[in-house]
Design a protein around this ligand. Structure first.
Ligand SMILES: NC(=O)c1ccc[n+]([C@@H]2O[C@H](COP(=O)([O-])OP(=O)(O)OC[C@H]3O[C@@H](n4cnc5c(N)ncnc54)[C@H](O)[C@@H]3O)[C@@H](O)[C@H]2O)c1
Ligand SMILES: O=P(O)(O)OC[C@@H](O)[C@@H](O)[C@H](O)[C@H](O)CO
Length: 386
């Protein structure tokens, strides 16, 4: 069995590539970073260290190879592999869709009836369905029947924290926490279900995707934006600040109340889930930067994403949302030259003010309760958080 994985970054090598290799797949990575490609091809492997309170275990991932996504030789690979996975970040999915579409055309031309399953492992709701739509847009309708018969796009929820460790582009090792969760939608596979270590099959995936994105990632993002205002560098430092900790905890509970109502989750279990995430944020064995966690704020502030969607849910159900608003207001203060999206937000606010900017970025209605609350908090958060 062969797997092609797009995005040989932290989660790509540290989790997906590792479990696919351990599950018996011949793994080929694809990336746009030629130095990374050269490293993988000359070393044919890398190591992944998993650290936790009772664990310190290093695994060497071996016999892997890599190809640049811009290399045309990737097209025949797509036409012959059994599985494609991605972890490129949601913005890059469209570029990946273009390459996958060409591979599918070749698969059709060579009359292959070998099923191909594609799993987009991104922090985005139904990322694989989004990828499917992007692939369909690039294919003539005459190929749709083939695609629907032989190509599976499997939505998933993926959870394990893998920080950035490669200083000076040293790609030889990654550090990961012990917690791992990869839940996939059973019903979307074509052909036989692949046997993959650490992969859980589910018929109720949307609840799991939202539970993870609107709890862990909501809390993570809010801690990052508040922490960055106070000039903290890591999530651990931010979360140990009493004021930040309180807001993050309350915001996760506010978002949790929406999930409990929407999906009928057990309240006690959900509060334990939040507690377990706090323990992960405080993990003393991992140093995870707020710059990584808060990256691409434009994307994180979109209407269906981890900050705005929980807020809209709270308003819809008449539930509290005070702390979610603080997190959103903090995100609008993020300004970092290394993060182009944060610079775009900041110049937009300078040009057209906070109200219009947040209406444009978050797709909110002009005279809504949410816009009023965020603007108010945006104006006071810098003083109240210190
Ligand atoms: N790191 C984590 O803790 C974690 C956990 C769960 C999910 N995720 C999700 O996984 C995705 C990747 O995150 P990451 O932390 O590994 O990021 P990363 O920046 O470490 O890796 C992304 C990789 O994708 C590559 N890439 C970008 N555009 C590409 C393209 N068009 N074709 C091929 N490769 C391309 C980049 O060069 C980079 O090597 C994101 O969607 C993220 O939300 C990350
Ligand atoms: O990857 P992003 O930018 O969507 O979000 C940053 C972090 O919250 C995220 O990578 C988490 O570490 C991860 O989702 C944990 O499973």
């Amino acid at each position: 069995m062969k797997a092609l994985h797009f995005g040989a970054g932290n989660i790509g090598r540290g989790f997906i590539g590792k479990v696919l290799s351990e599950s018996g797949f011949k793994v080929i990575f694809s990336d746009i970073d030629q130095n990374l490609i050269d490293f993988i091809n000359s070393n044919k492997g890398y190591s992944v260290r998993t650290v936790g309170s009772n664990l310190d275990n290093t695994v060497n991932v071996k016999n892997v190879s890599a190809i640049n996504s811009n290399n045309p030789k990737i097209i025949p690979m797509i036409a012959t592999v059994n599985l494609i996975t991605t972890a490129v970040g949601p913005i890059a999915l469209d570029a990946v869709a273009m390459i996958i579409a060409q591979g599918i055309i070749l698969k059709i031309k060579t009359q292959s009836i070998q099923p191909l399953n594609i799993i987009a492992c991104e922090n985005k709701i139904q990322a694989s369905s989004f990828l499917k739509k992007a692939v369909l847009e690039k294919l003539s309708t005459k190929y749709y029947d083939y695609l629907n018969q032989y190509i599976g796009f499997i939505d998933c929820s993926i959870d394990t924290i893998i920080p950035i460790v490669h200083n000076n582009k040293n790609y030889s090792f990654l550090i990961t926490e012990e917690f791992k969760e990869w839940i996939v939608n059973t019903n979307q596979f074509k052909g036989n279900l692949p046997k993959i270590i650490n992969m859980t099959l589910s018929n109720n995936l949307n609840a799991f995707i939202e539970r993870k994105l609107f709890t862990l990632n909501t809390g993570h993002a809010i801690a990052a934006y508040l922490g960055l205002i106070k000039k903290y560098k890591t999530i651990k430092d931010a979360i140990l600040d009493k004021k930040i900790r309180f807001i993050v905890r309350c915001a996760m509970e506010e978002s949790g109340a929406v999930l409990i109502k929407r999906y009928n989750f057990n309240k006690k279990d959900h509060l334990s889930y939040i507690n377990s995430i706090f323990v992960r944020f405080e993990n003393p064995f991992i140093s995870d930067t707020l710059e990584r966690i808060g990256r691409n704020p434009l994307q994180k502030l979109a209407r269906n994403e981890r900050l705005i969607k929980p807020l809209l849910g709270s308003i819809e159900y008449g539930l509290p949302y005070f702390n979610l608003v603080k997190g959103i207001a903090a995100a609008f203060h993020y300004k970092n030259k290394n993060d182009l999206e944060s610079m775009k937000i900041s110049s937009l606010i300078k040009k057209q003010g906070i109200k219009k900017s947040l209406i444009d970025i978050c797709s909110l209605s002009i005279n809504s309760k949410e816009v009023y609350s965020i603007v108010l908090e945006y104006e006071s958060i810098l003083k109240t958080i210190i």
